[in-house]
Write a new protein. Structure first.
Length: 170
């Protein structure tokens, strides 16, 4: 993946592949970003909030992880993707709360999709009460597929057909 530089509200934002040395910052951003989800569901045991640094490090073996950094080097967002068969599963889209609603999450999603050119579909899960997240995914072309109950949270599995699949006429 090439590095992508954006200018958002006079800030230079760089999106590039994360490395193991970013694991701690990725976890920090994830915890801050998902705190509002924990409050929304009154459940602070949702998987993004209980993930350990060891689990983040392990994902580097199987996932592509992108990060979004300011020109001063501060990591402000990340997202993960992994292929399972011909489906690319996206997860852990995280942006520091003070940088949300500025296009960083949208651009992380667009870039992570490009990292999986062989995917026929992209899929992800969002909490059913997380209307802002659901609206973001819908704007990016994702459609609700099914509801999944996990502990006290109802997740909405969402997906979209890749451009590759459309080009091939599937």
């Amino acid at each position: 993946m090439k590095t992508r530089t954006l200018f958002i509200e006079k800030m230079e934002i760089i999106i590039k592949k994360a490395s193991l040395k970013d694991a701690s910052d990725i976890l920090h951003v994830q915890m801050a970003a998902f705190e509002s989800e924990g409050k929304l569901y009154n459940d602070f045991t949702i998987s993004p909030l209980v993930e350990t640094i060891e689990q983040v490090v392990k994902d580097f073996d199987t996932h592509i992880i992108l990060k979004s950094v300011l020109n001063n080097g501060q990591l402000v967002g990340s997202v993960r993707g992994v292929m399972q068969g011909d489906i690319c599963w996206l997860s852990r889209l995280s942006v520091l709360p003070e940088y949300q609603k500025k296009g960083i999450g949208t651009n992380l999603m667009l870039e992570i999709e490009k990292c999986f050119p062989k995917a026929c579909r992209y899929e992800l899960a969002a909490g059913s009460k997380s209307y802002g997240n659901i609206n973001l995914y819908k704007k990016l072309g994702y459609e609700p597929l099914e509801e999944i109950k996990k502990n006290n949270v109802i997740l909405l599995r969402m997906g979209k057909t890749s451009k590759k699949e459309i080009k091939n006429g599937f």
